[in-house]
Structure formats: structure tokens, C-alpha cells
Design a protein around this ligand. Structure first.
Ligand SMILES: NC(=O)c1ccc[n+]([C@@H]2O[C@H](COP(=O)([O-])OP(=O)(O)OC[C@H]3O[C@@H](n4cnc5c(N)ncnc54)[C@H](O)[C@@H]3O)[C@@H](O)[C@H]2O)c1
Length: 324
């Protein structure tokens, strides 16, 4: 089956991720059943999708008529029975292994045998989610990044019992949605992206806690040097361009000096203990008075859109140059 033949997609969970994922499937022309336990969450999801689309329209990546048709293809429900008849499932409920395991058992009972069930877990092993399932070979990780309608990557994780065919199909679904899949061949904690992200976070915490730099300067050091390269080059291609001999020399003396902390730093633990969760509570490493957090998120998405357009443009130009 080609992903464009999928008739009905079930998106389970309508929070931050579920809403954006339902939106993406609907914009690609699929009928979507969006399930949540509460009608209020579904209402918020509808509002979030409309806001996401308004920015896409402003950025000329979506037309108003396609956006409206897509919204009309999303049917919201609080009845899990409505998942019946779905031919692909994307699970996006709370990050809790027991909840997800039970949900997968229930979902298996509602859809046909050949249906692929994907989980957007950030880090629970897919093998754990397969544990109670009757058809574990049909369960696969599809880890999107927030905001899911904008960030191109989806990590496709092969659990211990996931079939190769299902992994390949999940990758085809990603490409069909305009996403860039990478395959996580072994079901390791954090997959690829979060291992990389949290290696950086661990070092940021070490730098701040050891008085090397302020949070502002740590952010700036990343954004205006290493991070500046990353939209253009991955770290390994970047190393090749620098010279692996140089990288080895630096790694030799620097690796022993890097943080190998085995638990989150005291500063991070203290902030959380005091209720400072970041933008959503008005304070984290920075302060967010009034509606600053909301305005920052809109501005972030606007800038992501520009990056997305640059990348799309670069891909189109590269293809053209290769005569494709
Ligand atoms: N937010 C991110 O940056 C991000 C990125 C990638 C993946 N994820 C993963 O996606 C999934 C959803 O995350 P989110 O950020 O959308 O969270 P969210 O809190 O916005 O949404 C989670 C939804 O799950 C529902 N829920 C809670 N308990 C439930 C239960 N017992 N049964 C059924 N539904 C329940 C909540 O009502 C909520 O609507 C998680 O597994 C998360 O780890 C999150």
C-alpha cells in the first residue's frame, strides 16, 4: 500500500503534538479522526490548528482554501470506538508507559490486523509498548518534534518485534507528509535526537553550574557558532570539513574534561522544585512577564517557517541542478 492510499488516520491524544499531527495528515488529504478523553482538549486542538495554519498562510506555505478543507477533514471525538475503520494510527497521549501499553491493547482490538500503530513517545522504549500487544510487529515508534507541523524530522524506531516492512512503511508515511525520516535501528533510550539534545543540555548545565558562563552567554555561544552551522551541516559532515585529524586531537584532551553527570544538575532540580518550569510558569532560566511567552512562540514559529522555506528552496534547487 502507498501512504496516499490511507483512507482514515486515527490520531490519539489532542494535546500539543496530537493537534499538529492531525493537522499535517489532514493537509496531506487524509480523513482524520482525532480522539481525546475530553471535549475541552479537542476544542483547544481545533483552535491550535487554526492558529498554526494562520502562520502557514502568512508564510505562503498553505492557501486559505486548502487549510479550510483540511480542517473539515478532521473529525473530533471522545469515543475511542470511532477509531474503528482507521487504517493508520498515531498515538500522542501522556508520556506514561502503563497508559500507552493499555491504549495499544485497546487500539489493537479496534482496527484491522494489518494496520500500523505508531507511538510518538519521546523516550519510552517501543519494545515496552509492544509487551502486551497481540501484534507487536505492527507497533513502531514515530517520534515527531515540536511544533510537529513545522519541524521536518520524524525518528522511526524499530522495537524488538517491529517488522522491517512496518519500519519501511512508517518511513514512506513520513516522506508522504513532507517529513524527513531517520531510522533508529536499535531501541535505545532517547532514540537519536534526544540523545544528542540532552548531551548538549548536560554540558550547558555544567557550564552554568560551574560559573563558566551565564545562561544568556551559553545560549549565544551555541546559536552563533556551532548552532549556526547546524541547519546547513550535520555534526559529522562538519567534522569531515574541519578535518578528522583536528577533531581527534581536540577530542583526546577535551573528552576527559566534559561533563559525565549521571543525574540532572542541582540548579535544574531547584528551579523545578520552586515551580519555575520556564515559559509556561513565567520563569525558568529567563523571565517571561505578561504575554511574552506567547509572543515568543509566535515569533519562533515565524522563524522556523523561514528556515523551512530556505530548506525547501535549497532542496528544489539541488534537484534542479541534478536534472531531476
Ligand atoms: N511536547 C513535545 O515537545 C513532544 C515532542 C515529541 C513527542 N512528544 C510526546 O508526545 C506525547 C504527547 O505529548 P504532548 O506534548 O502532546 O502532551 P500534552 O500534555 O499536550 O497532551 C497529552 C494528552 O494526553 C492526554 N492524556 C493524559 N492522560 C491520559 C490517559 N490516561 N489516557 C488518555 N489520554 C491521556 C491529555 O489529556 C492530553 O490531551 C508524549 O508521549 C510526549 O512525550 C512530546
Amino acid at each position: 500500500m502507498h501512504p496516499s492510499d490511507l483512507q482514515r488516520i486515527a490520531v490519539i491524544g489532542a494535546g500539543t503534538m496530537g493537534a499538529g499531527i492531525a493537522q499535517r495528515f489532514a493537509e496531506a488529504g487524509h480523513e482524520v479522526v482525532l480522539w481525546s478523553r475530553s471535549a475541552a482538549t479537542l476544542q483547544r486542538a481545533r483552535e491550535r490548528i487554526a492558529k498554526n495554519q494562520a502562520l502557514l498562510i502568512e508564510g505562503e506555505l498553505l492557501t486559505a482554501s486548502v487549510a479550510q478543507e483540511a480542517r473539515a477533514r478532521i473529525r473530533c471525538t471522545t469515543d475511542l470506538q470511532d477509531v474503528q475503520g482507521a487504517d493508520f494510527v498515531s498515538e500522542n497521549v501522556v508520556e506514561n508507559a502503563d497508559v500507552k501499553q493499555d491504549l495499544f491493547v485497546a487500539l489493537e482490538g479496534l482496527v484491522a490486523e494489518e494496520v500500523v500503530l505508531s507511538s510518538n513517545t519521546s523516550g519510552i522504549p517501543i519494545t515496552t509498548l509492544q509487551a502486551k500487544c497481540a501484534r507487536p510487529q505492527r507497533i513502531v515508534g514515530m517520534h515527531w518534534w515540536n511544533p510537529p507541523h513545522l519541524i521536518p524530522l520524524v525518528e522511526v524506531t524499530k522495537g524488538a518485534q517491529t517488522s522491517d516492512e512496518v519500519v519501511q512503511f512508517a518511513c514512506a508515511v513520513c516522506r508522504h507528509l513532507g517529513k524527513r525520516p531517520v531510522i533508529v535501528r536499535r531501541d535505545v533510550p532517547g532514540f537519536i535526537g534526544n540523545r544528542l539534545q540532552f548531551a548538549v543540555v548536560r554540558e550547558c548545565l555544567w557550564l552554568i553550574e560551574n560559573g563558566v558562563a551565564t545562561p544568556e552567554d551559553v545560549d549565544a555561544a551555541m546559536q552563533f557558532s556551532y548552532g549556526f552551522r547546524l541547519p546547513v551541516l550535520g555534526p559529522l559532515l562538519s567534522n569531515d570539513l574541519s578535518g578528522l585529524d583536528v577533531i581527534l586531537t581536540i577530542a583526546d584532551y577535551l573528552f576527559p574534561a566534559l561533563s559525565d553527570a549521571k543525574e540532572p544538575s542541582a540548579m535544574l532540580q531547584d528551579l523545578v522544585a520552586q515551580g519555575h518550569y520556564g515559559a509556561k510558569t513565567g520563569k525558568g532560566w529567563y523571565e517571561y512577564p505578561d504575554d511574552l511567552a506567547e509572543r515568543l512562540i509566535v515569533e519562533r514559529d515565524r522563524q522556523f517557517l523561514q528556515l523551512l522555506k530556505l530548506n525547501l528552496g535549497a532542496m528544489a534547487r539541488a534537484k534542479e541542478a541534478m536534472g531531476q
